[in-house]
Design a protein. Structure first.
Length: 119
């Protein structure tokens, strides 16, 4: 298991930007694919983005494609989510997640960071 700690959430106006960070500890960071998920009030948690362990492949939900960018720094054990052109519907608690690179499902989660986008 790895430990994940998110930061960078906050309140921003529509059209603005935020960058979320997730510091990872406990196991070699490069063994893990990393992801971001979010959960809005009254809704189920949904996938946002994923980056492969080497950083050469990324995947995005259609709702954020072209606006959000996931990246990682394997030397610093950090994964980022750059969020641009934010919309009120992006308001949610954002969670960092990890899965061993041969696993199908994410099984390690951070505590979440709140992102609120005002109209």
């Amino acid at each position: 298991q790895v430990q994940l700690v998110e930061s960078g959430g906050g309140l921003v106006q529509a059209g603005g930007s935020l960058r979320l960070s997730c510091v990872v500890s406990g196991r070699p960071f490069s063994y893990y694919n990393m992801g971001w998920f979010r959960q809005a009030p009254g809704k189920e948690r949904e996938f946002v983005a994923e980056i492969a362990w080497f950083g050469d492949r990324t995947y995005y939900a259609d709702s954020v494609k072209g606006r959000f960018t996931i990246s990682r720094d394997n030397a610093k054990n950090i994964v980022y989510l750059q969020m641009n052109t934010l919309k009120p519907e992006d308001t949610a608690v954002y969670y960092c997640a990890a899965k061993f690179r041969t696993n199908l499902n994410f099984n390690s989660w951070g505590q979440g960071t709140q992102v609120t986008v005002s109209a």
